[in-house]
Design a protein around this ligand. Structure first.
Ligand SMILES: *[C@@H]1O[C@H](CO)[C@@H](O)[C@H](O)[C@H]1NC(C)=O
Ligand SMILES: *[C@@H]1O[C@H](CO)[C@@H](O)[C@H](O)[C@H]1NC(C)=O
Ligand SMILES: *[C@@H]1O[C@H](CO)[C@@H](O)[C@H](O)[C@H]1NC(C)=O
Ligand SMILES: *[C@@H]1O[C@H](CO)[C@@H](O)[C@H](O)[C@H]1NC(C)=O
Ligand SMILES: *[C@@H]1O[C@H](CO)[C@@H](O)[C@H](O)[C@H]1NC(C)=O
Ligand SMILES: *[C@@H]1O[C@H](CO)[C@@H](O)[C@H](O)[C@H]1NC(C)=O
Length: 467
């Protein structure tokens, strides 16, 4: 690696510290200490190394895009390898096909992390990932989740397209009139979470309870943490402790949300109908919401609340450093000039909002590393996936310069049977500017739950965030 690159890497590290800290680290440790939250005092110089082998199963419409962005940034900062889909799969592992190691791009193995959309398959995942991998996923309350799915996939999913007037009420009155379990997009219309987790979304009443119980147990065996979108920051506290990461590693900006005009509140009676139609998801959610709160209790609710406050304060500092005070204005996709920042739209009727970088701001002048870092914070998943694939491919080619394109094609299966722990990539490029390209022609949207006005989003424009 050239001297120049080492220099740039050093500058990148100090830039992040400058953007984030302003002495924040010191006060954070002190506060934790004062409160007697021994569990909070995890600190760069302390105890356990950060855990870097992580599966985050991205579920639909659950704030999972925000989580994915956080993990992508962590991976880049720490020179980790993120398993990405082969190009034929787009930015998802050929969802809704069941995950298989064949769908992983050969330049992205052996991986430390994997987060792109997929339908989970435990055996295949264990073949791919190191055996000390920690599995994490996220669920969302079925009522708001289904409203979100119905609105997002209204013009996309056959079961929803059949409904007169695009009426959620009409669908829920007679779901079997519109729903066809065997259609290739039916997973958006029933028990989507169960399907994403690799389960069976169509079980008869008779089998339901037994199946649900077994499926919950299986999910609990595999996943060390099941986050809950309604308690996103609290879930992040648990995740931080699980992985021994720093507060700075947990910072995020909410991504992939709808304009308020695309969002409808549920009339009375609908939540119960939604839960009945998505009974497997409802049981899954109830179980893991309970278990989340048990874990938070164990950590100490006062300490958790304190950590959440510290997280939000650090987040405000970051936003100030990046965007000069508050987040850039939310804009609908069509208004966003920078193609790298334009989110994918499922249809003309659903307005997904994103951010454009502000222009005159010293911290984020184009070409600077701070600009690069701040850009990544708000980069939509399709574009970020491409950027990562590009930088990891460059790294791969540098590490295996003698491989012809032909033999590279053969690498994945060979690599996958090797032990996974060696790092093939001591040499990583500094953050690469992404290709100037928009979303691919047929990407599938991914979801996120939007909450929190705490970043000042609501005051930044006429839009309201969606629930
Ligand atoms: C990542 O790689 C760069 C370049 O080799 C190196 O300077 C940096 O220290 C590495 N960072 C970590 C966290 O390993
Ligand atoms: C993980 O795999 C390695 C090599 O494949 C093996 O030596 C080690 O015992 C395994 N560890 C666990 C916890 O299974
Ligand atoms: C659809 O809308 C039309 C006119 O707004 C109304 O007459 C009709 O009853 C609606 N159909 C359903 C199933 O709600
Ligand atoms: C689903 O099937 C329809 C035709 O039945 C096809 O046009 C569409 O591309 C398929 N979608 C996927 C994701 O396979
Ligand atoms: C989640 O569980 C907590 C604690 O049991 C409960 O207070 C809360 O209402 C639940 N949230 C949802 C959305 O069901
Ligand atoms: C940008 O930097 C210049 C000098 O480097 C300074 O005069 C100006 O006030 C700064 N602008 C902002 C918005 O911080």
């Amino acid at each position: 690696m050239s001297q120049k690159k080492i220099f740039l890497a050093l500058v990148a590290i100090s830039t992040v510290s400058l953007l984030l800290h302003h002495g924040g680290h010191f006060s954070w440790t002190m506060e934790a200490f004062r409160l007697g939250c021994s569990s909070l005092s995890t600190h760069p110089s302390s105890l356990k190394p950060k855990h870097t082998n992580v599966v985050f199963l991205k579920t639909h419409k659950t704030a999972s895009t925000t989580m994915q962005n956080l993990l992508f940034r962590f991976a880049e900062r720490n020179n980790l390898t993120v398993a990405l889909p082969v190009q034929a799969c787009g930015h998802q592992f050929c969802y809704p096909r069941s995950f298989s190691t064949h769908l992983v791009h050969p330049h992205t193995v052996p991986p430390n992390m994997i987060t792109n959309h997929m339908r989970f398959n435990r055996a295949e995942m264990q073949r791919l990932m190191p055996n000390d991998t920690i599995y994490v996923t996220i669920l969302r309350e079925p009522g708001s989740m289904f409203e979100s799915l119905f609105s997002y996939y209204n013009q996309y999913c056959q079961s929803f397209k059949r409904v007169p007037n695009g009426s959620l009420e009409a669908f829920l009155d007679e779901p079997w009139r519109y729903y066809r379990p065997d259609e290739n997009d039916s997973m958006y219309a029933r028990n989507t979470l169960t399907f994403d987790l690799g389960g069976d979304k169509d079980r008869s009443e008779v089998e339901l309870v037994a199946y649900s119980r077994a499926f919950v147990a299986e999910t609990e065996r595999v996943f060390s943490l099941v986050m809950i979108a309604e308690y996103f920051d609290e879930s992040l506290v648990l995740l931080r402790h699980l992985l021994s990461w720093d507060l700075e590693d947990m910072l995020y900006v909410k991504l992939n949300m709808r304009m308020s005009g695309s969002k409808h509140s549920l009339s009375p009676g609908l939540p119960a109908k939604i839960r009945a139609w998505n009974a497997l998801d409802a049981r899954l959610y109830d179980h893991f919401n309970d278990s989340l709160w048990r874990q938070l209790d164990t950590l100490g609710l006062a300490c958790v609340a304190r950590e959440v406050r510290l997280l939000r304060r650090a987040q405000e500092r970051l936003v100030r450093g990046c965007f000069g005070g508050r987040l850039p204005q939310l804009r609908s996709a069509a208004q966003i000039k920078n193609k790298e920042l334009r989110p994918w739209q499922p249809s003309s009727k659903v307005d997904i909002v994103g951010y454009d970088l502000p222009t005159a701001n010293n911290a984020t002048r184009p070409g600077t590393l701070a600009h690069e870092l701040c850009l990544k914070l708000i980069m939509p998943e399709v574009q970020y996936t491409k950027v990562l694939l590009r930088s990891q491919s460059l790294r791969y080619r540098r590490n295996f310069p003698l491989r012809s394109p032909q033999s590279q094609q053969l690498v994945p299966n060979k690599r996958l049977v090797l032990p996974h722990h060696q790092h093939l990539h001591d040499e990583a490029p500094p953050l690469e500017p992404g290709p100037a390209s928009g979303p691919t022609a047929t990407p599938r949207p991914a979801g996120t739950r939007i909450r929190a006005t705490r970043l000042g989003l609501r005051s930044s424009g006429p839009q309201r965030q969606t629930q």
